[in-house]
Design a protein around this ligand. Structure first.
Ligand code: UT7
Length: 340
């Protein structure tokens, strides 16, 4: 018997209500709205405030995805995040509890900006193995809390938010069926984007007699090298996903790539020869939201009418790890609420 396939049956997303514009950042950082817009494509981003957390955002996005799918229960919850509320325990069980989903298996997945695509692969595996007949997959981040607000090289890029999908068991022929998922990592380049302390190797240097060491406490990023890696790996992941699905570039109606930098998206599209009008962009409104980026973009694209039933969609992502991944799907008929 052919194993069941994960089929997209609901989607929802949210961002914190607090908006931070480039002009806001330029008031306390040595930068300018023009620099940020021209180098990244970002105009504004949403940032958690008033104690809002990753789990809060995940619960809101999850609620919307369950409503979109018209279901009140799922067999498993996967939370892709690289900004968890705490090191232990995972946030997914709390999300499942707050959504009233009972004692289902629930776990976190840490693949930075590739987290949602890794989550699609993982959910596909849960469904194909028969371990679950339905999965709520959420990408949620409050990553701005891990970025040095005084570092102009990183503070201007990131935003917070969450996006969620409900995946159910179905067949590969149905609209919404997740295509073959292509994934990869390169652990030799882990230091290109990392947060050195706070884990088991180096606990936070905040104890008695210690100064807070900002350079180990906050995100460290080698932007220029990452940029080149992002373009190469997202292009490669896109090509693999297309080949595995038996698709060619002209068949793609919409390319929804990880929103890390508008110049990265443009460079990937150029290499793939995807025309500009088929590249979805919402980084201008939300910044780089890591694992939330793709489900937020998909929700926005569908809500804005840029993604319609029957459209062939190519997804690809790249992030810390290094990690990358891509997949394809034909957009199903879904009820979608705007995330903004
Ligand atoms: O989500 C996946 C992982 N992350 C990424 O993929 C990020 C990929 N990298 C990028 O998006 C870009 O590298 C950045 C947006 C981070 C930086 O843009 P860039 O065009 O690569 O700039 P750069 O790092 O090469 O810096 C160019 C100049 C430098 O000044 P000098 O050395 O030429 O005098 C920086 O100090 O721009 C300066 N700079 C800034 N100037 C004004 C860096 N950040 C800023 C800023 N405002 N915010």
């Amino acid at each position: 018997m052919t194993p069941a396939r994960a089929v997209l049956s609901g989607i929802g997303a949210c961002v914190p209500s607090n908006t931070v514009t480039n002009a806001d950042l330029s008031r306390h950082l040595d930068t300018s709205p023009e620099w940020i817009t021209s180098r990244t494509g970002i105009e504004e981003r949403h940032v958690v405030s008033g104690g809002e957390s990753t789990v809060d955002l995940a619960v809101e996005a999850g609620t919307r995805a369950l409503k979109s799918a018209g279901v009140a229960a799922v067999d498993a919850v996967v939370l892709a995040t690289t900004s968890p509320e705490r090191l232990c325990p995972a946030g997914a069980p709390e999300v499942a509890h707050r959504l009233g989903l009972g004692f289902v298996p629930a776990f976190d997945l840490t693949s930075a900006c590739s987290g949602f695509v890794f989550g699609l692969g993982t959910s596909q595996g849960l469904i194909a193995s028969g371990l679950a007949r339905s999965v709520l997959l959420i990408g949620a981040e409050a990553f701005t809390t891990l970025v040095d607000p005084e570092d102009r090289g990183t503070a201007v890029i990131f935003g917070d938010g969450a996006g969620a999908v409900v995946l159910r068991a179905g067949t590969g022929a149905e609209p919404g069926a997740i295509g073959p998922v292509s994934l990869g990592t390169d652990g030799s380049r882990a230091d290109l984007l990392h947060i050195p302390s706070g884990g088991s190797r180096q606990r936070a240097a905040t104890g008695l007699g210690h100064e807070l060491d900002k350079s180990s406490w906050y995100l460290q990023m080698a932007g220029r090298t990452l940029f080149q890696q992002a373009v190469a790996r997202m292009t490669e992941a896109s090509r693999s996903a297309l080949d595995d699905a038996g698709w060619t570039v002209p068949m793609v109606d919409l390319f929804v790539g990880h929103q890390a930098n508008l110049r990265i998206l443009t460079a990937v599209a150029k290499r793939l020869e995807v025309p500009e009008e088929r590249v979805f962009v919402n980084i201008d409104r939300v910044g780089n939201t890591l694992a939330a980026s793709i489900p937020l973009a998909l929700t926005a694209a569908a809500a804005q009418g840029e993604l319609n039933t029957g459209d062939r969609v190519l997804l690809s992502a790249f992030g810390a790890g290094l990690s990358w991944g891509g997949t394809t799907l034909v957009w199903p008929d879904l009820a979608v609420e705007s995330p903004l």
